[in-house]
Design a binder for this molecule. Structure first.
Ligand SMILES: Cc1ncc(C[n+]2csc(CCOP(=O)(O)OP(=O)(O)O)c2C)c(N)n1
Length: 285
């Protein structure tokens, strides 16, 4: 059981990030469905798990992060702002502007806190695998490479070649999360391309695979606490069962909200739901 104060703080961080996402979604179109589904996972990675010094992104022994489902860039940027990489205001000001550091996909051309640009699905895990292999070659046994994939994304690119490679080269410094919201761009994964049970599949490829409720911060923290050490020999994946558009009733589980923009009244309604759910769980304190 994770420490209750830590869990409450992380839950409060996740609420704050969801509210920031809704504000951005009023300003412009974002990938709100997949941002809301992965918010708890991303909050635990960025506010709890990552060994990272914002003042020194070039630090050799830090953990690396690759957003394989690159369209969840907004939730990454807000997490990085919460960690102190830049301010929230900078995100709102520069989002999707010419020469802005923030946009619909994660881009490292102008933003040094993004390790690898992503957005074309199916390539983040393979790059993370190469990075993990490179760290081993450099005798770096302290850093982990975290990557967040979409379950729909696992239909694409060279994801499964990377899964086999990570097992072959015993990359225990590689930690994947799958945002398992059962949805792709315009329908359910069952309709688009059914990959079956992902936990079983990763295990067949030799990975240490754990399935958790991806909206339960306590479970996520517990799982992170029990990860094998970075110098171990088995890659890990956390299959986080989530709901696309989580927390907002009219967005939840709806392919219509893969991406979208909302008006002020809609934002207020959504905010009320999120705040009420937090209070039901934690009270007013
Ligand atoms: C190579 C490639 N093919 C297609 C797309 C278009 N696309 C963007 S998001 C998406 C759905 C992916 O599903 P998933 O990874 O589960 O994302 P989530 O539902 O969590 O937002 C698709 C097909 C893309 N960005 N890149």
């Amino acid at each position: 059981m994770a420490d209750k104060t830590i869990v409450k703080n992380l839950d409060s961080n996740a609420l704050e990030i969801r509210l920031k996402l809704l504000k951005l979604c009023e300003q412009t179109l974002i990938h709100i469905g997949g941002d809301l589904s992965v918010t708890d996972v991303m909050t635990v990675i960025w506010q709890y798990a990552m060994n990272y010094d914002v003042k020194n992104p070039a630090w050799e022994d830090r953990d690396r992060f690759i957003l394989s489902k690159g369209h969840a860039s907004a939730v990454t940027s807000f997490n990085q702002a919460m960690r102190g990489c830049f301010s929230y205001e900078e995100i709102y000001r520069e989002y999707c502007t010419d020469n802005g550091r923030f946009g619909m996909h994660s881009c490292n051309l102008l933003n040094p806190f993004v390790d690898v640009s992503t957005g074309s699905l199916g390539h983040g895990l393979p790059v993370a695998t190469g990075l993990a292999m490179g760290l081993r070659l450099k005798k770096n046994h302290k850093s982990r490479v975290f990557t967040v994939m979409g379950d729909g994304e696992l239909n694409e690119g060279t994801m499964w070649e990377a899964v086999a490679t990570a097992n072959q080269y015993k990359l225990g410094n590689l930690v994947g999360f799958v945002d398992n919201n059962h949805m792709s761009f315009d329908g359910t994964n069952k309709e688009v391309m059914d990959m079956g049970n992902l936990t079983d599949k990763f295990r067949l490829y030799g990975w240490h695979a754990i399935e958790v409720n991806g909206h339960d911060i306590n479970d996520l923290v517990d799982t992170v606490n029990q990860l094998p050490a970075p110098d171990s020999l088995t890659p890990s994946v956390i299959i986080a069962n989530t709901i696309k558009g989580n927390g907002v009733d009219f967005m939840a589980d709806s392919p219509a909200w893969h991406a979208g923009k909302i008006d002020e009244e809609t934002r207020q309604k959504a905010e009320e739901q999120l705040v009420a759910a937090f209070k039901r769980k934690w009270g007013d304190s």
